[in-house]
Design a protein around this ligand. Structure first.
Ligand code: SAM
Length: 295
């Protein structure tokens, strides 16, 4: 019987056999540690009734471990040369389907309807390419897809940022966006030595448990995110100065009245506010601005 793909010797054999060259611009760092992948699969609670979406299967190391435990795995790979390799490395698994597509362009709702008609739980598992980790996560979360949880390997620093709380260095607009949709938790740290080629940074596996409904209820989601992003445009600036700049169409007095109304000092920084503070502030700003300019 052949060794698992995620072993150093098998991975090197595959790379040699297909004369594969790693593409740095696609974030290709392959994991060569079966233990870590199995821990990932276990922490994601992948059982034989679970449907899995994987992003970036590479030569199939994680895909193989997922297929051994899941009902079905659908994996999206952008690199054409890997599609041919995957057809071979995964040929013994009947429950895997590979889509040759950029995940940022894929229609996941349509795929889910077609590939997972049984309505079982869907879990997204991935060792994400580091160069587009956050755009991928944000794009998926914003679509409110029927995915129950995410288990993703990413740069350690990014995982820590997504778990940050107010008044910490890691906390920013991205943290708030993620925590609006999900509950993040770091499952384990992974050293750079278990990848080939070795990346420059260490990694972490992050779990995102998707909330049934967003953490806060706001009147206008797009405006809430505008206020959040606008409050961090220049980290060292006060909240008032950032809001003056980012909400240019607002009268300064409206911003000041809103801050007073929700009991937030204009001189503090955006990092001091909780997600609930932001919800209250954005709703109040909208209400006061509407009163000033009803049309
Ligand atoms: N899953 C494999 C593993 O754990 O060893 C490979 C992970 S590697 C970090 C990231 C993979 O994502 C690569 O195979 C790369 O070609 C693929 N990829 C990069 N950008 C992508 C995109 N936009 N859509 C789909 N796959 C992408």
């Amino acid at each position: 019987m052949k060794k698992d793909i995620a072993t150093l010797s098998r991975t090197l054999d595959i790379i040699k056999k297909y004369n594969f060259y790693f593409k740095k611009h696609l974030g290709q760092n392959f994991l060569v540690d079966t233990n870590i992948l199995q821990k990932m699969v276990k922490s994601a609670d992948i059982k034989n009734n679970i449907n899995v979406i994987e992003i970036g299967p590479g030569i199939g190391s994680l895909t193989e471990q997922l297929a051994k435990n899941a009902n079905k795995v659908v994996a999206y790979e952008i690199d054409k040369t890997l599609i041919t390799i995957l057809a071979n490395t995964l040929k013994n698994y009947q429950n895997i389907k590979i889509y040759h597509e950029d995940i940022l362009k894929a229609n996941l709702n349509e795929m889910i309807k077609k590939e997972f008609p049984n309505n079982n739980e869907i879990v997204l598992v991935a060792n994400l390419p580091y160069y587009i980790t956050t755009p991928i996560i944000i794009k998926l979360l914003e679509q409110h897809l029927p995915i129950n949880r995410y288990c993703i390997m990413m740069q350690k620093e990014v995982a820590e940022r997504l778990c940050g709380g107010p008044n910490t260095k890691a906390y920013n607009a991205l943290t708030i966006t993620i925590q609006y949709y999900a509950i993040p938790q770091i499952i384990m740290n992974v050293p750079k030595t278990v990848f080939i080629p070795q990346p420059n940074v260490d990694s972490s596996v992050l779990q995102l448990k998707i909330r049934n409904r967003p953490k806060v209820c706001v009147k206008d989601e797009a405006f809430f995110f505008r206020v959040v992003k606008g409050s961090f445009i220049q980290r060292r600036k006060t909240l008032l100065n950032n809001l003056k700049q980012s909400l240019a169409e607002f009268d300064v007095n409206v911003i000041l009245t809103a801050l007073t109304k929700v009991n937030i000092k204009p001189t503090i920084r955006g990092e001091a506010l909780t997600i609930e503070d932001y919800a209250l502030l954005s709703d109040t700003l909208l209400e006061l601005n509407y009163r000033e300019n009803p049309n």
